[in-house]
Design a protein around this ligand. Structure first.
Ligand code: URP
Ligand code: ZN
Ligand code: ZN
Length: 467
């Protein structure tokens, strides 16, 4: 089966061109203006992209689906989260494998992979994994090395937060970074100072400051900047490549950029909620603020400008979501008596691309090429998927998004394919929509509806790092 997308404006991270895109089977084979349809096989699927943009399939490098966390489990399964991703234009995700401190990495890898491969509720988009390293004794070290060698795991995840649950000691941090350097694996990291947060949380709760609005003061910008500085120092000493996830503020970003100037191989991620929402959302009445509790927390709106500017300057490489879907009813509500018990996360795997188009491109903060670079190409390059993913080029997978930049609407939970019971962007203006999304040459989504088959996503065996 062949696919032709004609008459569109094709935008990649570095090109903006009027060409038709032709794919045979799953791969792009021709990029030419005015491809003659008479010369194509009769069963070619032809999509007219007049007045549309054509993007490479977007990649979300920071997604949680199966997530046992803070005494509960995230609400999506692989089918719901990845169908949501696909209708929003995201054709590949990297999910965090998040085992607990007692769990063996090999068992965790099998658990996450078997859920993603499930014949009915498995992943519908292509996927890879960042392997969280929480346990790091001799057995775990050996298993982690084996997973890199045999399973195509090319990135680790560590937490310098969530004291006593997921955080890693400095001794293990140093040893893990040395291992990552030797294996040429990128270490992605949640950077906050776990000890400071723990002390601040206790003080606030003890003084009766228990509502969601106290989440941000319990982990201020300095705590995040200190975490980034700490990781960068260790990376400088060991020479490991690092990637700072969900950077929320100027102070943390500056620590990463200073380290880069010293020669540290550091990439920076921001996530949609930090670019668009702010901490006033956590002050909403009726415990509504709990919907907006994530870590690092939403900051003052004044932070947005420096994040957007850093994206446009390509100092921030990627935009992910940190999709971590916990229902308001029964899950976020677990923290009614203490914000420290609110499961952290603001889901947006479906909304990310439209959010960045609306609040980034349409508001003049970034251009279209930067949007493609940060929402697709850089993730592919950093995490060893390029040029198969993240570009429209001959030989790349035919993961394509035909995008209507003039669509107008609002974000609402009613349109969501995720199972989560709220939308953090409810009622906010939306400009743009994926009209058609293809995954390896097959149409899988049309105007907000998933039209593909069950569990068609493939595991992306990442053979090399394009860092
Ligand atoms: O608030 C967040 N970020 N929730 C998910 C877990 C994590 O820290 O990535
Ligand atoms: Zn995190
Ligand atoms: Zn996360």
């Amino acid at each position: 089966m062949s696919l032709l997308i004609r008459n569109g404006r094709v935008v990649t991270a570095d090109q903006d061109m009027k060409v038709d895109v032709y794919a045979e089977q799953s791969t792009i084979t021709r990029l030419e203006a005015g491809i003659d349809t008479q010369s194509l096989p009769p069963d070619t699927k032809i999509i007219d992209a007049k007045d549309m943009l054509v993007f490479p399939g977007f990649i979300d490098p920071h997604v949680h689906i199966h997530l046992p966390f803070m005494g509960t489990n995230a609400i999506d399964d692989h089918a719901s989260a990845t169908q949501a991703a696909l209708v929003g234009g995201t054709t590949s995700i990297i999910e965090m494998i998040c085992p607990g401190p007692e769990d063996e990495p090999e068992v965790a890898f099998k658990e996450w992979k078997s859920l993603a491969e499930d014949a009915s509720r498995g992943s519908c988009c292509d996927y890879g994994f960042h392997l969280s390293v929480v346990r790091f004794d001799d057995l775990a070290r050996k298993q982690v090395q084996d997973l890199v060698a045999k399973e195509g795991v090319r990135s680790f995840k560590i937490f310098l937060a969530y004291k006593g649950a997921l955080d890693i000691s400095d001794e293990n941090l140093f040893a893990l970074l040395e291992m990552a350097r030797d294996l040429n694996v990128v270490v992605t990291a949640h950077c906050e100072n776990a000890e400071a947060i723990d002390a601040m949380q206790q003080q606030l709760i003890n003084s009766g400051k228990t509502g969601p609005q106290w989440h941000e003061p319990s982990r201020p910008r300095s705590v995040e900047a200190s975490g980034v500085n700490h990781l960068c120092t260790f990376a400088e000493l060991t020479g490991a490549p690092i990637y700072i996830v969900h950077t929320s503020c100027h102070a943390a970003l500056q620590e990463a950029l200073k380290a880069r100037d010293r020669g540290v191989n550091v990439s920076v991620e921001s996530v949609a909620p930090h670019l668009i929402l702010d901490k006033s959302f956590t002050e909403r009445n009726g415990f509504e603020g709990a919907k907006y509790v994530m870590s690092p927390p939403l900051r003052d709106a004044e932070e947005h400008a420096s994040l957007w500017a850093a994206l446009e300057a390509r100092d921030i490489a990627t935009i992910g979501t940190d999709h971590a879907p916990f229902n308001f009813a029964g899950q976020k509500e677990m923290g009614r008596d203490a914000f420290t018990a609110i499961p952290n996360g603001i889901p947006s795997v479906q909304e990310r691309v439209d959010l960045i188009h609306t609040y980034g491109v349409c508001k003049g903060q970034i251009d279209l090429k930067t949007m493609v670079d940060s929402c697709s190409t850089q993730a592919a390059k950093i995490f060893g998927m390029y040029p198969r993913k993240g570009d429209i080029a001959i030989g790349s997978d035919a993961d394509l998004v035909v995008y209507d930049p003039d669509f107008k609407g609002t974000f609402t939970v009613a349109d969501g394919l995720s199972k989560v019971d709220y939308c953090g962007f409810e009622g906010m203006e939306r400009c743009g929509r994926a009209e058609v999304v293809t995954l390896r040459g097959q149409v899988v989504a049309k105007r907000g509806k998933y039209v593909g088959e069950a569990a068609i996503g493939q595991y992306i065996d990442r053979a090399f790092i394009g860092h």
